[in-house]
Ligand binder design. Structure first.
Ligand code: ATP
Ligand code: MG
Length: 183
């Protein structure tokens, strides 16, 4: 599975609809300070269900909405869509037969957030469930940010284990067991 396209609109500095194609397995994002490189990473993490504003470098969840600039008025909604190429079939279950999987999230100023899977409205959980065990959750090792390397080097064994379990694909089953036990 590979992230092939990112579409942003009203998200942080990406006020106008913007489509980024990631044609190969290795993509570098380069540009001057403040041009929006980290905002792209925030966007990916946000769609995957990140719910802590601090992890998106903001104070509240509506801080991801374009807040205006000297030349532009603020907008009311932020939307980001990720398109995954699933032609290798690494997504299993209900979506296994889709060659492409689209995951979209939008939020408006009143704080209401909605999620969509291949265009159909869904819960946040449906998205986190789908990617659990693929290494692609909002806090998984697929995104290594500044500070995370030292965090991993210095991690306690229990914390390291979380990453290993995600890599081995068993975190999904642990999550299911936890849910069953709590029922
Ligand atoms: P650096 O090289 O310094 O890490 P960067 O390319 O990663 O820079 P970002 O942090 O992605 O830059 O982008 C920062 C820019 O995004 C700032 O100009 C900031 O004003 C703008 N920005 C962030 N949130 C919003 C928002 N909600 N509305 C409008 N602009 C925003
Ligand atoms: Mg940055």
């Amino acid at each position: 599975m590979r992230l092939s396209t990112i579409k942003l609109s009203g998200f942080k500095s990406f006020v106008d609809p913007t489509t980024l194609h990631l044609p190969t397995n290795l993509t570098g994002i380069v540009g001057p300070n403040g041009c929006g490189k980290s905002n792209i990473i925030d966007a990916i993490r946000w769609v995957m269900g990140e719910s802590a504003a601090s992890r998106l470098r903001g104070d509240s969840l509506t801080d991801v909405i374009f807040s205006g600039s000297n030349a532009r008025k603020p907008v009311g909604t932020a939307t980001v869509e990720l398109v995954f190429d699933n032609s290798d079939g690494s997504i299993v279950g209900e979506y296994a037969n889709f060659a492409e999987i689209s995951v979209k999230r939008s939020v408006s100023r009143d704080g209401s957030s909605s999620y969509f899977l291949n265009g159909t409205r869904c819960r946040r959980r449906d998205i986190t469930d789908l990617f659990l065990g693929t290494g692609l959750g909002p806090r998984s090792y697929a995104i290594i940010e500044q500070g995370m390397i030292s965090e991993i080097v210095e991690a306690a064994p229990e914390q390291l284990r979380v990453h290993l379990e995600e890599a081995a694909g068993i975190s999904k089953y642990k999550e299911r067991r936890r849910e069953t036990e709590n029922r």
